[in-house]
Design a protein around this ligand. Structure first.
Ligand SMILES: *Cc1c(COP(=O)(O)O)cnc(C)c1O
Length: 413
């Protein structure tokens, strides 16, 4: 007998209960929320979901691990303020993000700044504010020393290492090859020596090996290699390592067939490393820096249906939202194969009769596709189409000026 294989499904979406057929966010029905926001499209972020996420992560991880929020995942100031009450520190990727981070009141020594092309002005901002500068080149170190001399302070320098290991990874790999990020592991001893010559304050290492990983065995493997590399590099350090940033890399399920990462499978291995690290680098604070894992599930993108249109037998649901606000959901943010984010009509959640549609935006380009052959109820003008898993790499990761359409707004509830 032939059996039809069931296509892979999206993992269930928690956090947003359906009440009277409507999705609710923080207890607010979606149509009410849209009225309160005053326009579509909008992003809505749920602070309680972020809070629960951090608590759950802390409960699963070894107690000694500090959590940093990587702001580039979602730099909305209200979100960053909220995250600052939950995590130990913030990681910024630009001078503008640094200003938002400093506004939160998080202590400067718990803020770090990564990025391959920092300007001299950004480096001076970092030195003047006393945050940890993750230097990614010899040139950045020299620039920091110039700023420090000018300002009459010492720069707090961590070395961002371009690891010499490649991961057995399914996610985005960031190591084991030539890269603009970090200083090649083999050049780090020379750089450490230069930090000493320049009489700056060596703080530690930042070893970032990848992103969006959903396989616990790959994360365990990365942790094994990261701690081993840190011990090796520490032998050349001018002073004790005070900060060891082991990267983040934890992924969230976006696409059909993706399953959530099991933290238990990571935690025991990490505890073993933490115990060993407390022996070998007793002064080191061990930091994990995460973006999407902390906020990705806490956000929805909501747009309104403009029309339902049939072309040669296919149904197109044309909305006022698209890739200009949500590049990642359109599949153009580094994905190799386009896959659908989970989507729904948020005001029609209980409709059982569904049809297969192309969920598209208003832009004059076939790239403006938010759902390819997705199942939605028969859409009507004004229905609220929702893209889940949109709390990270949404609005600020999108080409908002493209085709000069209106902007989306962002709210935190
Ligand atoms: C982007 C980035 C992160 C966050 O990655 P996520 O996949 O969102 O967790 C963390 N650290 C550095 C250095 C980054 O560049």
């Amino acid at each position: 007998m032939m059996s039809t294989p069931t296509p892979p499904q999206h993992a269930p979406i928690p956090h947003y209960p359906v009440v009277n057929g409507e999705l609710t966010v923080a207890g607010i029905p979606l149509t009410r929320l849209a009225a309160r926001v005053g326009q579509t499209p909008f992003y809505v972020y749920d602070r309680a979901v972020m809070t629960a996420r951090v608590q759950q992560l802390r409960a699963a991880l070894p107690k000694a691990i500090s959590l940093h929020y990587a702001m580039k995942a979602n730099p909305m100031p209200a979100v960053v303020q909220h995250m600052a009450t939950l995590v130990n520190g913030l990681d910024v990727a630009s001078g503008r993000e640094l200003r938002v981070a400093l506004d939160t009141g998080i202590p400067a020594h718990e803020i770090s700044f990564a990025g391959p092309g920092k300007s001299d002005d950004e480096i001076r901002m970092a030195v003047a504010s006393g945050i940890v500068l993750n230097v990614e080149s010899f040139a950045q170190l020299e620039s920091a020393a110039v700023a420090a001399r000018e300002l009459g302070v010492k720069a707090n320098i961590a070395v961002r290492v371009n690891p010499d290991f490649e991961l057995k990874s399914s996610g985005m790999k960031m190591g084991g090859h030539a890269a603009q990020f970090g200083v090649d592991a083999e050049q780090v001893p020379t750089l450490l020596n230069r930090i000493k010559e320049l009489e700056q304050n060596f703080v530690g290492f930042h070893i970032f090996w990848g992103s969006q990983n959903l396989r616990a065995e790959n994360v365990r493997d990365a942790h094994d290699k990261t701690f081993a590399l840190a011990y090796r590099l520490a032998e050349s350090a001018p002073s004790p390592v005070k900060l060891l940033n082991i990267g983040g890399g934890l992924g969230i399920p976006y696409f059909p067939g993706d399953t959530p990462l099991d933290l238990n499978d990571i935690s025991a291995n990490l505890q073993r490393h933490v115990d060993e690290c407390q022996q070998r680098l007793p002064q080191a604070e061990i930091v994990m820096e995460l973006g999407r894992y902390l906020v990705g599930e806490a956000g929805l993108y909501v747009c309104a249906v403009r029309e339902r249109k049939i072309s040669r037998g296919e149904v197109f649901v044309v909305t006022d939202g698209g890739l200009h606000h949500h590049l990642a959901a359109s599949g153009n943010f580094g994905q190799i194969i386009r896959k659908n984010y989970p989507v729904a009509l948020g005001n029609r959640m209980d409709d059982t009769e569904k049809e297969t549609v192309q969920f598209v935006g208003p832009l004059c380009t076939p790239l403006d596709l938010l759902g390819n052959k997705v199942q939605l109820p028969v859409a009507r003008k004004g229905d609220l189409a929702v893209v889940f898993q949109s709390g990270a790499y949404g609005l600020t990761a999108s080409p908002r000026g493209f085709l000069s359409q209106g902007d989306a707004v962002e709210v935190l509830v």
